[in-house]
Design a protein around this ligand. Structure first.
Ligand code: ZN
Length: 351
């Protein structure tokens, strides 16, 4: 696999990533930030060793899209710059990769209010089981609402170290419509072909104003993947295999509580994995999530120590089982909501 590791420099006013030590003497700290938005394929290979556990292919898809789409990286850089400006008033202690311990999260009063995202669900099935019920789809919408509004019933399991960081993201979801399509394709992979009617899939519907979720068998043990903001509108949205979608019906433990969608919608709203998809110094661009050097699996006990701090294993953007993830952080909330501000990548959803 070709290594896609792209480092760029973007002028900002405030932030400084933790892996820029060698540059500190050359560039004024307050003017420059290293934004490494790319993907290290070697790290993806390292993460793929644990194939019996949660597998999200969002970063692999990002690597492919960055290769195929020359304009995507620049769009992502612009989104990153806007996000940093948006986050500045309250998050101004440096977002050094999660991990530098800095940054008392200070929720930003963004005046956006509760953001309601209408959702199209496209069920593309080869077997009757994969043609999941309306009830299963509705159970997924309910999980998304509980998780993004911090009304999930397991929120009380957050250890005290992190409970003050748990965020009500003030993002809600409403089902706008369901499409159903029978297909001869038994597994779709991650090349986005399910997003085109011409390939036997279903075309995206109103991506500027709606979240599209394709529910189809991906195969290869992959639970789902999302497209990050900055990608093509025709492929914008989230893909999830039917047995990991929703919390009732045709669901498969330990990913049977609808948290795969919570995780993937987190990516769709520009969140990275909690460990930054790299070693300790790799950034997830959020200040209040401690550094880690890789994903956690299963149901870790607290505390789980990595990179000289306790991992926030219960964060939705880790790789733990559904029953063991139950929070977004305030920093993640700010990062997500930046997309909806004027000029943000998803501002069409609120205007
Ligand atoms: Zn992921």
């Amino acid at each position: 696999m070709k290594k896609v590791l792209i480092a760029t420099f973007v002028a900002t006013f405030l932030f400084w990533s933790c892996d820029t030590d060698n540059l500190e003497n050359q560039i004024p700290q307050e003017e420059q930030q290293r934004v490494d938005l790319g993907v290290d394929a070697g790290e993806l290979d390292r993460m793929a060793e644990n194939t019996t556990s949660r597998q999200c292919h969002s970063m692999n898809v990002l690597a492919r899209q960055l290769q195929e789409n020359p304009g995507m990286l620049q769009r992502m850089e612009e989104i990153e710059a806007r996000t940093n400006i948006f986050a500045k008033p309250g998050n101004g202690n440096g977002n050094g990769g999660g991990g530098n311990g800095g940054g008392d999260p200070d929720p930003v009063p963004d005046n956006l209010g509760t953001i309601v995202i209408p959702v199209y669900v496209h069920v593309i099935y080869n077997t009757s089981q994969q043609n999941i019920s309306d009830a299963q789809i509705n159970s997924q919408i309910a999980v998304l609402n509980n998780d993004f509004r911090k009304t999930n019933s397991d929120v009380n399991q957050i250890p005290s170290e992190f409970s003050g960081l748990a965020a009500d993201s003030e993002v809600e979801f409403v089902l706008a419509g369901i499409t159903r399509k029978n297909t001869a394709t038994t597994s779709w992979g991650t090349n986005d072909s399910m997003k085109y009617t011409s390939n036997g899939g279903v075309d995206v519907v109103s991506p500027n104003t709606h979240l599209n979720i394709w529910v189809c068998n991906i195969g290869g043990g992959i639970l789902g993947y999302a497209q990050f903001p900055g990608g093509s509108a025709t492929t914008d949205g989230v893909v999830i295999s039917p047995q990991y979608f929703g919390s009732q019906g045709y669901v498969s433990a330990p990913f049977d509580e609808g948290r795969t969608a919570t995780h993937e919608v987190g990516h769709y709203l520009n969140l990275r994995h909690i460990w930054g998809d790299g070693r300790c110094r790799k950034d997830d661009f959020v200040s209040d999530t401690p550094s880690s050097d890789g994903p956690n699996y299963g149901c870790p006990s607290y505390p789980t120590v990595n990179c000289r701090s306790n991992d926030m294993t219960m964060n939705y953007m880790d790789y733990v089982d559904d029953a063991c993830m139950y929070m977004f952080s305030e920093g993640q909330k700010t990062r997500m909501r930046a997309l909806f501000a004027d000029g943000g990548a998803r501002d069409g959803m609120v205007n």
